[in-house]
Design a protein around this ligand. Structure first.
Ligand code: ADP
Length: 431
């Protein structure tokens, strides 16, 4: 207390001596009095800043972590950072990828180019914003990819941040498009050639018939003329098939009941292939028939071809299952028609080619290689799709999916077994 009054006395004394020092004292007092308020405000401000920083860091992390594209950060040959998508693309964990050199991620022929562009970017020279390379997967296969690099500040220096987009899907689609364009071109060419060949072939056959009538039965030339007629008939069949490629898509479209279609085609097949001991099981959805809009004859041809191929694959004894099933896909009403056999299945190298025109593994007199390509053409014309696979339990399975027009409640076409997994075929159940 004595000390405090002493200090005050000195203060007052100083104030008396010099008025300016009074101002210093008052100022000092005010600063001391308001300092806690400033401290609180600075603390609040830095708290808000830290929150903002944290939110922005979390947002950045979430964007980078969940990006579908790979993102890496590199300087020279060192990978400084990689997101999970980049790691997944090359089949490594993030840690494994971050421990790799950039040059290990691309085939050697791309490294020089990447280095040059990196150096140019750092010097501020213009470089392409996107370019394509191949990325090396850890199992050794090459992945087509697009790189979009930019320079970013990193720990007091600069580094290249690169977005890596996997182009595999795009490449596959391009290849498929090219393939279907080629197929369409072949189809067009084939039907053009068929038109040209049709008349001369009719002429050859007519002349051969005339010749045959003029040659006596015991004449050895009779047999030769018979061969000409047989070969001519084979050629006519191919020509007729080729001509079907040029049919107008919606020619004669009407309501077609899939269960009736199955029954009719089975009746035809039964007559044609009486000799084979092939059982046919028909499975049709319990709660009604599937009707689609289409040309019944053309669709019958699709099913007939699938059945003939199935029978050929099976040989003399076996089982074919036909399945008709309406279903929904993204609100679209569709009907699936599946034909499965218990034959040897389709070899892996054959599977991608089965729908190609003229592709056949059968002997010359047994196959033209046009059945499935024609089937696909017909299904496309009906707005549907068709594919083949080997069933996990063995045998080949062909699926035709068509837009469903109406699903009729109640039993399917009379005479057809409608129980699920009905195993009795139609008309005896043998092909
Ligand atoms: P083709 O019957 O004249 O050979 P397709 O276009 O109908 O012509 O069939 C092409 C090829 O697809 C056949 O030669 C065969 O190799 C294969 N294939 C078709 N269906 C089956 C099946 N059910 N099982 C095994 N292979 C099949």
């Amino acid at each position: 207390m004595i000390a405090l009054s002493g200090v005050l006395a000195i203060g007052v004394e100083l104030a008396r001596v010099d008025c300016a020092s009074l101002g210093v004292w008052v100022g000092l007092g005010m600063v001391l009095a308001t300092a806690p308020i400033f401290v609180i405000q600075i603390a609040r401000y830095s708290g808000r800043l830290a929150g903002k920083l944290e939110r922005s860091r979390a947002l950045y992390q979430s964007l980078v972590e969940h990006s579908e594209d790979g993102i890496i950060l590199y300087r020279e040959d060192r990978i400084l950072f990689a997101n999970p998508a980049a790691a997944a693309l090359v089949g490594l964990s993030v840690d494994q990828l971050q421990a790799r050199a950039l040059s290990e991620l691309v085939p050697p022929e791309y490294i020089e180019g990447i280095r040059e562009r990196h150096a140019k970017r750092l010097r501020g020279e213009p470089t392409p914003s996107h370019y394509e390379v191949e990325i090396l997967h850890s199992d050794g296969h090459h992945i087509p990819a697009e790189l979009a690099p930019t320079v970013v500040p990193y720990r007091g220096g600069r580094a290249s941040q690169t977005v890596i987009r996997d182009l595999s899907n795009r490449r596959e689609l391009e290849a498929r498009l090219l393939h279907s364009t080629r197929i369409a071109a072949i189809g067009e060419l084939a039907s053009g050639v068929a038109h040209q060949l049709n008349n001369p072939m009719i002429g050859i056959l007519n002349m051969a018939e005339v010749l045959s009538e003029q040659v006596a039965d015991e004449d050895p030339r009779k047999k030769l003329v018979g061969h000409i007629i047989a070969a001519g008939n084979d050629a006519s069949t191919i020509i007729r098939n080729l001509l079907k490629f040029s049919r107008t898509p919606s020619e004669g479209f009407e309501m077609v009941s899939l269960s009736r279609l199955v029954r009719e085609v089975l009746t035809i097949s039964e007559k044609r292939m009486l000799h084979h001991d092939v059982a046919v099981a028909v499975r049709i959805a319990e709660d009604g028939d599937a009707w689609i809009r289409g040309n019944e004859n053309m669709l019958a041809q699709v099913l007939l071809n699938l059945l003939q191929n199935a029978q050929h694959a099976i040989g003399d004894h076996g089982q074919v299952t036909i399945n008709v099933e309406p279903f929904y896909e993204d609100d679209e009403r569709l009907a699936a028609l599946r034909v499965r056999d218990d034959g040897p299945g389709i070899p892996a190298e054959v599977l991608p080619r089965v729908f190609d025109p003229f592709f056949t593994t059968k002997d010359r007199d047994q196959g033209t290689g046009l059945g499935l390509s024609l089937a696909r053409q017909i299904v496309f014309q009906h707005g549907g799709r068709i594919w083949a696979r080997n069933h996990p339990e063995g045998g080949a399975e062909f699926t035709v999916v068509l837009p469903l027009y109406v699903r009729e409640a109640g039993p399917a076409e009379a005479g057809l077994e409608t129980r699920a997994f009905a195993t009795s075929g139609i008309g005896g159940g043998r092909l």
